[in-house]
Design a protein around this ligand. Structure first.
Ligand code: NAD
Length: 349
């Protein structure tokens, strides 16, 4: 066993069908009396239903993806105007991102109720976008004080969003397995997270209202978020950050790039790949992931989600110029090849 440093983050997790009923108790536990609820416009009805009888000071329902600075500032201003003493983010990674943006500048505690599989609720990572680029950082202030995982709230998550978001979670686990600062506990979580998600996602997309499969997927998502909370991410996430800056949708980009990034790292991270193969029940890992995705309602090529061929070289250059630590050296020519294959959606060989 290699030597390692394990830095556990504080986490309070309330998990299970119906656990949204504990929201009032969790707000009280924070000593809060004026909650600001955060949601996307599409989920505002659901949020109104779960927040009846709660000490709510107001609702911000203009959450959009990638936390644009201007919108984040509107949410911050509303929190200040209302005298909110906590934020309750009910939604996916975008909604939780707004909670984090508010916490970053105000220190307000965040309570997260994730309804996708992004894993953001378990991390200290915040991101704010401005002028086509996303600035990210880590700050303990933004880590939610408590997380309520209620699979019943995910029953309406559309099959395609579930699939993409679930692959985003698998990507967190995969990179945690070969992170330069990984450790045995995180590897256990990562392997179990991949197992749970790979088993649950095909069932979820076939029967979106299957509560057992939804519970298993959400459990995997929790583990996935926990893995990236203390380990660094590598080439795969770097590429997705670069492509996100070009305006590509977050979770779908992760799904498309993952098999190709795993192919890139395959020979340089054999132990991690063996764990991934055990978890998913197929090999080689990059083909097993590609084949799992091919069964899900997912776009399989970057060209299908708005990537322009002319931007491939620029993206490869940015990724290679300022790489994240990665098991295999990050070099322009092979990264460009990886991106081209992801652009065309070929099965990695
Ligand atoms: P999202 O939050 O944008 O949600 C996608 C869509 O699904 C939205 O329209 C939302 O309203 C809808 N939705 C959410 N829950 C639903 C439900 N239960 N039923 C029906 N519809 C529902 O997508 P996402 O993939 O969860 O999050 C992506 C964002 O999260 C990106 O900005 C990404 O950078 C960020 N992220 C951050 C971290 C981190 O650690 N900071 C980790 C992962 C993702």
């Amino acid at each position: 066993m290699r030597s390692f440093v394990y830095n556990a983050l504080p986490a309070r997790v309330v998990f299970g069908p119906g656990s949204i009923q504990k929201l009032e108790e969790e707000i009280a536990r924070l000593g809060a009396k004026r909650a600001l609820l955060l949601t996307t416009p599409g989920r505002a009805g659901m949020v109104a239903a779960v927040s009846r009888n709660l000490p709510v000071a107001g609702v911000f329902d203009k959450v959009v993806m990638h936390t644009p600075l201007e919108a984040a500032n509107q949410a911050r201003a509303l929190a200040a105007k209302l005298g909110a003493d906590c934020c309750v983010a009910v939604g996916g990674g975008s909604t939780i991102g707004f909670g984090k943006a508010i916490a970053l500048t105000s220190g307000l505690p965040v309570l997260a109720v994730p309804t996708t599989y992004s894993g953001s609720e378990m991390t200290t990572i915040w991101g704010i976008s401005e002028g086509g680029a996303k600035k990210t950082g880590r700050d303990p202030k933004v880590l939610p004080k408590a997380v309520i995982y209620d699979p019943e709230l995910t029953l309406e998550l559309p099959a395609a969003v579930s699939a993409a978001s679930g692959m985003n979670a698998i990507a967190h686990c995969a990179e945690a397995l070969y992170a330069h600062d990984g450790n045995p506990i995180i590897s256990l979580m990562a392997e179990e997270g991949i197992r749970a998600l790979a088993a649950a996602l095909p069932v979820v997309v076939r029967s979106p209202k299957n509560l057992d499969a939804r519970s298993e997927a959400l459990y995997g998502a929790w583990l996935a978020g926990a893995t990236i909370s203390t380990t660094s991410v590598a080439l795969h996430h770097k590429l997705c950050h670069v492509l996100g800056g070009l305006g590509l949708p977050h979770a779908e980009t992760h799904a498309i790039v993952l098999p190709h990034a795993l192919r890139y790292n395959y020979d340089a991270a054999r132990e991690a790949m063996a764990r991934l193969e055990r978890a998913i029940g197929g090999k080689p890992a990059f083909q097993a992931i590609y084949d799992l995705e091919a069964k899900l309602p997912l776009p399989m090529k970057l060209s299908a989600i708005g990537m322009k061929e002319a931007d491939l070289e620029r993206a490869a250059r940015v990724a290679a110029e300022a790489p994240y630590p990665n098991p295999r050296k990050v070099e322009y020519a092979p990264v460009l090849r990886l991106l081209r294959e992801a652009y065309e959606g070929t099965r990695p060989a």
